[in-house]
Design a protein around this ligand. Sequence first.
Ligand SMILES: NC(=O)c1ccc[n+]([C@@H]2O[C@H](COP(=O)([O-])OP(=O)(O)OC[C@H]3O[C@@H](n4cnc5c(N)ncnc54)[C@H](O)[C@@H]3O)[C@@H](O)[C@H]2O)c1
Length: 495
Amino acid sequence: MNPEPTLVPLHPRVPKVGPADRMQVAVVGTGYVGSVTAACLASIGHQVACVDVDRNRIGAFCAGRIPFYEPGLEELIAAAGNRLSFGTDLRNAVERAQVVFVAVGTPPRENGQPELRDLFEAIEGIADSAAAGTVVVIKSTVPVGTGAEAERRICERSGLGRISIASNPEFLREGSAISDFLHPDRIVIGVEDATAENALRRLYRPLVTARVPLLVTGRMEAELTKYAANGMLAMKIAFINEIANLCERVGADVRDIARAVGMDSRIGSAFLQAGPGYGGSCFPKDTRALAHLGRSKGSALTLIEAAIASNCHRVESLAGRITSVAGNLRGRQVALLGLAFKPNTDDVRESPALALLTGLRKSGAVVRACDPKAAASAKRAVPDLVCFADPYEACKRADITVIITDWELFRSLDLRRVRDAMAGDLLVDFRNQFDPAEVAAKGLRYVSVGSRTARADSAGAASRQFGSSGPAWREARDGLVTDLHAASTKTASLP
Ligand SMILES: NC(=O)c1ccc[n+]([C@@H]2O[C@H](COP(=O)([O-])OP(=O)(O)OC[C@H]3O[C@@H](n4cnc5c(N)ncnc54)[C@H](O)[C@@H]3O)[C@@H](O)[C@H]2O)c1
């Protein structure tokens, strides 16, 4: 590690902490959130000690390697030098810390409730080492009331009369985690006392100086904010995907609709791209947790439940969508471009790509995959996966090529090369990355999401939509127009 650290080399706009505000911080859990939190806090000048129970993970960090892929993290950790350390000794890290972040995983249980075993294990370990005045901050996404329960347990076990437990939910996205942490839309801190509020205000002062809004709420409000935010985003995705389904029925293009709707400042364009459905370690888990919480409190969140059902159906039907245009897949070669749940990460947790892979194999297809970063993590989930780093290699002799993750590598594909490598000519694009006319000009049949059909037949290769051919959607559209006409006539004739 670099003994002469440079401060925030990648993000010069964030000021560093003044000497009076510099704090000793411990971060428990060094996954995507913990390691990014630690590296970013060190990069603005705090002294940070990271702890994890996973020795291999800590070994990798100590050797200057990042055990997963997150752009810029390796450089940020290297630049932090001796302001950032990694170890497995919780006591050692917590004893010296003024602020202890808990960033362990909270994976979903079968019933949707998050599993809090790791969290409470960490809390108990912290209770054994924390001094009076230490502020414990829960960064993991946890159900409302977890902070209160942690406070009860920590006070009981430590024998300290009172210890401050705050909630500071994290909104970063994998793939742009560092920028999201250092330039967030807002920082939310949920506190129940002035000690916690003052400590967190001091910790985040450089970001606030750089004009990041800091919102102080009660602890429960902060806990619930995280779920509400992810619930809202998941609903947006599920919504535009259903609009895409409708587009396929009536022959409209969802991209035009998303663009026009997204330009409404009350709505915004983010998370309004139709695709294969949401995945990853957060949206599926957090929406299920929110729905479970609602039910358990007698306040069902029917919109969230509908979004969950809609998304589950979408992800499960991905292979069927391909069959509906390509026919029987038994023995056919499919090039699957993408394994990560989104670009710029190697995370395959709840990735629609893996669900599609399973569906394709069940249908008898032979799959050759490609992902620039997620091959290793996908192979841990699917050991016999055949995966290539080069997309053209994956496309060799393929009957069908499917794009499911919107990596830049796939967006910039040379489609002529793809066509030449393939045995067949069908390109299924779950990310709507190409202009149908361009694809058709390269001799490929193009199937995208929520798209107008029969748009680009210039090279004799028809662009088609899922589920129906050109005339069928026209029939559907004409039928719809007739239905609407009938409905309006009927309404008009009502007394
Ligand atoms: N990944 C994201 O994009 C993201 C974004 C916002 C919030 N979150 C939330 O942040 C939390 C962490 O997510 P993640 O993706 O970083 O998880 P992760 O699975 O990548 O990492 C969790 C880490 O915690 C470690 N750990 C488990 N028990 C421990 C213990 N008792 N002591 C020390 N370390 C322990 C694990 O070994 C692992 O390294 C979750 O609650 C998640 O919902 C995640």
